[in-house]
Design a protein around this ligand. Structure first.
Ligand SMILES: [Fe+2]
Length: 122
């Protein structure tokens, strides 16, 4: 997955966190250890969602509760993947499926959901 200017939400901190998330996702197809990448995604995802939600709260973004549910859905999905990986091990198909899901989720989240708060952070 490659960063595009269209993904920008007009906030430097959030943009740089989104770029870091994309890099983590790309590690999945670069032979990095799957458990390490999943743990990194959980750690970094949690940190990023906290930053984003704190900024949105401070900006008075009215749809914050709805936005939290998108983040929660991601965390729930990731927790399930981590659990499945811990009990089933690594395989190339799982890795590709996880990579595909993350690319679709991130692109949709950045282009649709995160776009809606851009004017509130100006
Ligand atoms: Fe978000």
């Amino acid at each position: 997955m490659v960063w595009k200017d269209a993904y920008s939400v007009g906030n430097e901190v959030l943009d740089s966190q989104h770029k870091a998330l994309i890099e983590l996702v790309n590690e999945l197809i670069e032979d990095a250890d799957l458990a390490d990448v999943l743990a990194g995604l959980r750690r970094y995802g949690d940190e990023h969602f906290r930053t984003e939600e704190t900024l949105l709260e401070a900006a008075g973004y009215p749809d914050i509760e709805e936005h939290r549910t998108y983040h929660l859905a991601f965390r729930t999905w990731l927790a399930g993947v981590i659990e499945a990986h811990q009990s089933g091990g690594d395989d190339a198909v799982a890795r590709r499926d996880i990579h595909h899901y993350l690319c679709v989720w991130l692109a949709n989240h950045l282009l649709v959901h995160d776009k809606t708060f851009e004017p509130w952070l100006e």
